[in-house]
Design a protein around this ligand. Structure first.
Ligand SMILES: O=C(O)C(=O)C[C@@H](O)[C@H](O)[C@H](O)COP(=O)(O)O
Length: 375
């Protein structure tokens, strides 16, 4: 499962999806040579970059320079940062700018930013002219190991998270690991939750490796690139098997049913909860709920909580600032989960560390009483 390694430490993970196949390049300095990597994969010569007010001032000029040096005509849109930008207003601004720039199907939209920008720009690229080409330049750890890979795009609505969107695979992912040094510790930790998720899904040895090596991943160096490459490869393997989430891909949602409900319940207010933190709490809840159903040992949930708490992530609903609305409100968000089938809940549960599985038809009443008890 290891991604090929070059002498510079750069990694390449290929996502073999037939006519939608693409490469993920992982390593330092990729933004500075983005133009060269993109020109090798694109017929069009126009690009529309979408970024946000945090990332734009840091990397937009460097990206523009590289694109212009390689002969691209580039325009950009800088949006406010944060989950609230993944909205109808954000989508309207993005699609309007792409159309104003006359981006054709062979041209590309480039997402320069974290998961919010990637999901929004990808959705816009997927619907403008029924699909223009799309390049991800993820600048958060979370986006590098998860949201930039696999083609899920979308925006939030008042009914819940990511409820409008399309599957639209990128043509290239450039994960420039040098930019991770500019992340706040909180943002880095939030991305780490998604790295730990791959171990908890089906790679117990990776979770064990993280328990031993997490400090090196946080400090940078070869372990960080290794953890990102393993994560991208793990995600690519699942996506290639089940691109449109008709089965196995749902495993990538470990922790997300609870996590998304918590994000909705906290009004997508990043001062209270960011996505990766919701996923961290959600993964612990998934392990605890599995133990309550006698599917797993309570020791596994404690081990997961201990590791996530050790890196500084929240692991309990009571860790969320400002309290939560009644459990019934959480249940309403859970009822909008995309995995619901014929009105019945599907949860990702586990038989132990690295033994997650898709559980259909989970009784709503059991989930309700569990969440009441965990508050
Ligand atoms: O790629 C997937 O499939 C995932 O579920 C990965 C998740 O970590 C990611 O947050 C995804 O965007 C959530 O998807 P959703 O279908 O639950 O909205």
């Amino acid at each position: 499962m290891n991604a090929p390694s070059s002498t510079t430490g750069e990694r390449l993970v290929h996502v073999p999806l037939g006519d939608r196949a693409y490469d993920i390049l992982i390593g330092p300095g990729l933004i500075a040579r983005a133009g060269g990597e993109i020109i090798a994969r694109l017929t069009g010569r126009r690009v529309a970059i979408i970024t946000d007010e945090n990332v734009g001032p840091l990397y937009l000029a460097q990206l523009m320079d590289s694109l212009q040096t390689d002969g691209f005509e580039a325009v950009s849109l800088v949006l406010p940062p944060g989950e609230k930008t993944k909205s109808m207003d954000g989508l309207a601004a993005a699609t309007d700018m792409i159309l104003a720039a006359r981006i054709e199907r062979g041209d590309a939209v480039i997402a320069l930013g974290g998961g919010v920008i990637g999901d929004l720009a990808g959705f816009a690229a997927g619907i403008v002219r029924r699909g223009v080409r799309f390049i991800q330049i993820p600048t958060s750890l979370l986006a590098q190991v998860d949201s930039s890979v696999g083609g899920k795009t979308g925006i939030n609505t008042r009914h819940g998270k990511n409820l409008l969107g399309v599957f639209h695979q990128p043509d290239l992912v450039l994960a420039d690991t040098a930019v991770l040094d500019s992340l706040s510790p909180r943002e880095f930790r939030a991305g780490y939750a998604e790295i730990a998720k791959y171990g908890l899904i089906d790679k117990p040895y990776f979770f064990h490796w993280l328990e031993k090596n997490w400090k090196k991943v946080f400090e940078g160096g070869p372990e960080r690139i290794e953890a990102i490459a393993i994560s991208c490869q793990a995600k690519a393997d699942v996506v290639v098997e089940d691109e449109r989430e008709t089965g196995r891909r749902a495993l990538l949602n470990l922790g997300h049913t609870f996590g998304h409900a918590l994000e909705a319940a906290t009004g997508y207010d990043s001062s209270r909860l960011v996505h990766g933190e919701g996923v961290a709490i959600g993964m612990v809840l998934a392990h605890q709920f599995s133990a309550r159903l006698n599917l797993a040992s309570p020791d596994d949930g404690q081990r997961v909580a201990a590791h996530l708490a050790e890196v500084g992530l929240p692991t309990r609903m009571v860790d969320i600032e400002g309290g939560l609305p009644p459990t019934q409100i959480l249940m309403e968000a859970i009822a909008q989960d995309k995995k619901v089938k014929s009105g019945k809940l599907t949860l990702i549960l586990t038989r132990g560390i690295g033994q997650s599985f898709v559980a259909d038809d989970v009784p709503t009443s059991e989930v309700f009483s569990f969440l009441e008890d965990m508050r």
